[in-house]
Design a protein around this ligand. Structure first.
Ligand code: APR
Length: 288
């Protein structure tokens, strides 16, 4: 499997590349970035690790879109990241322009790949990537709330000892209006669960305040998606919501053919919160 990463010289893109190689999920990676020297440098650094990992993955880097030809997945991490105090939605004006430009270049070289958007605000950018690409809606998707879901599960375990196998998700916008969806077997006080959810919703901003950006958890979430593309899987990612004609975090079936939202019954309260995410993302889409 070949994965190209646009923005591959950045923190999320390069860490994702390293994680994919480390987990043996790919045969070939192309890191494309306007910072072409750095992209080549990241590719060489990863290449130097291959003998120690007993891997013969081909990793290259540069700024030439011809390098994405033959990709099974083209992932986009290009764009400007948040600074302390910014919301993801604050990035939209800059990043929509970048995404449209990137997608145009990718499609000119490679129409068969799945388009996987990671840059933020991911739900808004995935919509614009889909529009620009002319691809079927299930061939374009975003990382979305899988990242928040992994963060939630990690912290439910750490704070409350709730096992990773328990059913807990975050749906909706990968942003301030996200909502928790708990389907736990045990009896856990709602306030305790909500405290962990609140901590997670603010969690990325905390990390940004301290180390400037987040990259380890995003890279692992990306690897889960690539693994699911290879062998199939069901995760909450930014997927096309037929009823609303936009992309939002919801449980979806992921395969080589792309991503398709699956039926999932929400409580009345969850449905109300999901609707709030729909409205937030819709107005952000219309505002760019
Ligand atoms: N084409 C290709 N690469 C680009 C372009 C472009 N038009 N514009 C920017 N880039 C590259 C930058 O050169 C940089 O290497 O995108 C990369 C972004 O990397 P970082 O600044 O390190 O940002 P990072 O922390 O990796 O976050 C990237 O992922 O999680 C999201 O919110 C985050 O939107 C942000 C994205």
């Amino acid at each position: 499997m070949k994965v190209s990463i646009i923005g591959g010289a950045g923190r999320v893109g390069s860490t994702a590349a390293y994680t994919l190689v480390n987990l043996g999920l790919v045969d070939e990676i192309y890191l494309l970035d306007i910072a072409k020297e750095r992209a080549a440098g990241e590719a060489l650094d990863i290449t130097h690790s291959l003998s120690g990992m007993n891997s013969d993955v081909v990793v290259e880097g540069g700024d030439d879109y011809a390098g994405v030809r033959g990709s099974d997945v083209v992932m986009i991490t290009a764009g400007v990241p948040r600074k302390p105090g910014m919301s993801r939605l604050d990035l939209r004006h800059k990043n929509v322009g970048i995404i449209r430009d990137v997608v145009r270049n990718v499609i000119a070289e490679c129409k068969d790949a799945l388009l996987f958007v990671v840059s933020n605000p991911v739900d808004v950018l995935t919509y614009h990537a889909w529009q620009e690409s002319g691809l079927d809606e299930e061939r374009v998707f975003g990382l979305g709330t899988l990242l928040d879901t992994l963060r939630l599960k990690s912290m439910l375990k750490k704070r409350l000892g709730i096992g990773y196998e328990e059913e807990a998700y975050i749906f909706g916008e990968h942003g301030d209006s996200m909502l928790p969806v708990f389907r736990l077997r045990g009896n856990h006080p709602r306030e305790e669960l909500m405290r962990v959810f609140d901590e997670v919703r603010e969690g990325a901003a905390k990390v940004i305040e301290t180390k400037g950006a987040t990259w380890f958890a995003p890279a692992v979430a990306i690897a889960k998606v690539i693994e699911a593309v290879r062998q199939g899987g069901v995760y909450p990612v930014s997927t096309f919501i037929e009823e609303h004609q936009l992309y939002l975090g919801h449980l979806a079936e992921i395969s080589r053919n792309g991503v398709r939202s699956v039926d999932f019954e929400l409580t009345e309260e969850e449905a109300r919160l999901f609707q709030r995410s729909v409205e937030t993302v819709r107005s952000a889409i219309e505002d760019v």
